[in-house]
Design a protein around this ligand. Structure first.
Ligand SMILES: NC(=O)c1ccc[n+]([C@@H]2O[C@H](COP(=O)([O-])OP(=O)(O)OC[C@H]3O[C@@H](n4cnc5c(N)ncnc54)[C@H](O)[C@@H]3O)[C@@H](O)[C@H]2O)c1
Length: 371
């Protein structure tokens, strides 16, 4: 399918961006801003960073934008700026996005959505259909796919034989840390728990990237903290293998110790966030090898374009985000629908579908089929 989003886009022209949400007070906006600037391939020309006028001055300083390019309603932004922008970056809590996507798609403004796509399957399906019908550019920022070592796992999979099972974990501690400033919207679940939207969405992005499939069935146990789920253990049944997620915000002492373990008939692969540039490969003869940026024959880890500096100077989170923005630029420029580390609109919908069934399985205390 050829989309009609960038017929006028010229080689090497900067992408003109509007930012929706992502004010100076957003937890993730600074990472986006720095990554966008680091590529040198985008120009942020306007934004609707908040509905509160009192925050405009600080947002103007944060984004180095004149106050007359800052809007407190998306309607006004679209009215004044839709001719000037190529894409809009949506950096808003998941349950507030629906009408924003609609307004952007209506005016055929392409979308970069911070993950997760939406807060419920019903809304996600609705907007999925609309975006598809409008044929506008859509991509999302599943930033862990921008880690070169995580990219490297994909070609390594063939070395471990037939995939049998995996464990992916993402333990964090915001729910129990005494001085953590958890945002209000994260303390009240609506349809899919925020824990799942925040963390399990990342884990699903990796599953789709590695295996190119989603589970057939899921089953989950969850712990609650007053109004929100704060911990979950999930089993996933695929066509030919099984998997396990553990994602949590109540694991005191665990500060985003994301880890990936994949087991096959001939070996295993392991990656830990604490050593972001290393993949451990074991085989069934008892050999264990460390694959890093200096290893021969790597496909992604060795590529200079993914790193800010040489081996021994780890990049990590920010570099991965920069890589995602580099890919978005390439995708937009190329007129293609997919790029390797960017998930498609359908992938984004599938993630929301799986997350909702994961939560439902815990309520119903039974396995849930994915539809
Ligand atoms: N990729 C990652 O690693 C990562 C990390 C954190 C958050 N996120 C995602 O980013 C999104 C935002 O999360 P956050 O932690 O920055 O939330 P936040 O509450 O810290 O910030 C939300 C921002 O959106 C703005 N906003 C809210 N409603 C608005 C509206 N109607 N119009 C304009 N602006 C509005 C607020 O002013 C604020 O600046 C969420 O979807 C979250 O899951 C991703």
């Amino acid at each position: 399918m050829v989309q009609n989003f960038n017929n006028d886009f010229k080689l090497n022209k900067k992408i003109k961006l509007a930012v929706i949400g992502g004010g100076y007070d957003s937890t993730i906006a600074k990472t986006h801003l720095r990554s966008i600037l680091a590529t040198g391939k985008y120009e942020i020309i306007c934004g609707c960073f908040t509905e509160k006028k009192s925050k405009n001055l600080k947002n103007s300083q944060f984004y180095s934008l004149p106050k007359n390019r800052i809007y407190n309603s998306l309607k006004k932004l679209i009215l004044n700026e839709h001719q000037n922008i190529d894409l809009a970056l949506v950096l808003i809590p998941p349950n507030k996005r629906h009408s924003i996507y609609h307004q952007l798609a209506e005016k055929e403004i392409g979308i970069i959505a911070e993950k997760p796509f939406e807060g419920s399957f019903k809304k996600a399906k609705n907007i999925y259909k609309y975006i598809k019908r409008k044929k506008i550019f859509f991509t999302s920022t599943y930033n862990y796919l921008g880690y070169p070592a995580i990219m490297e796992i994909k070609p390594l999979l063939k070395k471990i034989g037939i995939i049998k099972n995996f464990i992916i974990e993402m333990p964090q501690e915001a729910s129990t840390l005494k001085y953590s400033k958890i945002k209000k919207w994260r303390t009240k679940d609506i349809t899919i728990p925020n824990l799942h939207l925040d963390l399990a969405s990342h884990l699903m992005s990796m599953v789709i990237y590695f295996f190119n499939e989603i589970p057939l069935m899921v089953n989950s146990f969850e712990n609650k903290n007053k109004n929100y789920v704060e911990n979950a253990y999930t089993w996933l049944q695929f066509r030919k293998f099984v998997g396990q997620f553990w994602f949590s915000k109540n694991t005191t002492g665990k500060t985003n110790e994301l880890s990936i373990k994949i087991f096959g008939s001939k070996g295993s692969i392991e990656w830990m966030h604490t050593k972001p540039e290393v993949v451990l490969l074991s085989n069934n003869k008892g050999d264990k090898s460390i694959i890093n940026r200096q290893s021969r024959n790597t496909k992604y880890l060795k590529l200079k374009k993914f790193h800010t500096y040489g081996p021994g100077h780890p990049g990590g989170f920010l570099d991965a985000f920069i890589n995602v923005y580099e890919e978005i630029y390439n995708l937009y420029k190329s007129n293609k629908v997919n790029a390797p580390i960017l998930l498609s609109l359908k992938n984004n919908l599938d993630i929301i579908s799986v997350l909702e069934r994961i939560h439902f399985s815990s309520i119903k205390k039974t396995w849930q089929k994915i539809f």
